[in-house]
Design a protein around this ligand. Sequence first.
Ligand code: ADP
Ligand code: UDP
Length: 236
Amino acid sequence: MKKLDQLYEGKAKKVFATDHQDLLIVDYKDDATAFNGEKKGTILGKGVINNRMSNMLMQLLEKQGIPTHYVEELSERETVVKKVAIVPLEVIIRNIAAGSFSKRFGVQEGTKLKQPSLEYSYKNDDLGDPLINDHHILALGLATKEELDTIAGYAFRINEILKAYFLKLDIELVDFKLEFGKTSDGTIVLADEISPDTCRFWDVHTHEKLDKDRFRRNMGGEEEAYKEVMRRLLGE
Ligand code: ADP
Ligand code: UDP
């Protein structure tokens, strides 16, 4: 596999073309941003952890019948993935109220929801990723009804799989963001990453935050938190 031109540099990853037209290489950085890029920083070692963790979780999901973009881990920070056309939606699943949900609906952080919830944001940095509903998505042609049904179905199944998996590690899966894409033959697959950048993880007993909220909220200890989740995943 040859790494060719850089196609894109995002906030957390770089994306490269390869000598295979259906494959890309993603390269995970230590850069951290929050509030649509307003707050910038570095979480040392984050790229290595997010690469490894996302790949482990994608392989777990594949085994449970969820198609993903994962192909092969190349190095500490680099992974080969299937090239997809990203559906420009952030798919957010929540089990416990936190963050923007708590603010929007006036629900105290930590309140357990009666059932998992799903919401979409339109992936558009210039607009600040606004909340968007199914009707808007269809009206704008961002996805078809069938694609949206597939995406929502996968998202709730992923939640059940990951919630159970993390609970065994004494971690509560509070909420998380997913991105899906379409491969060249039109198949919807899970893309991007699953990591402490994109999930809220709380220790079951102490409710200690083990995710990017430590960075967003200037709490400190983000390196240790990311390491702690990885340590538990590796069974150390
Ligand atoms: P951002 O674009 O939000 O700054 P990243 O730094 O994580 O985010 O950049 C990675 C980019 O690659 C994102 O825009 C993401 O949607 C995109 N991406 C993730 N997986 C794939 C894939 N399999 N094929 C094509 N693009 C992908
Ligand atoms: N999230 C993400 N990228 C985003 C926005 C949110 O990965 O651009 C994740 C975030 O880590 C959390 C979940 O989605 O696990 C819900 O985030 P929320 O809507 O509460 O937004 P925030 O409080 O982070 O602004």
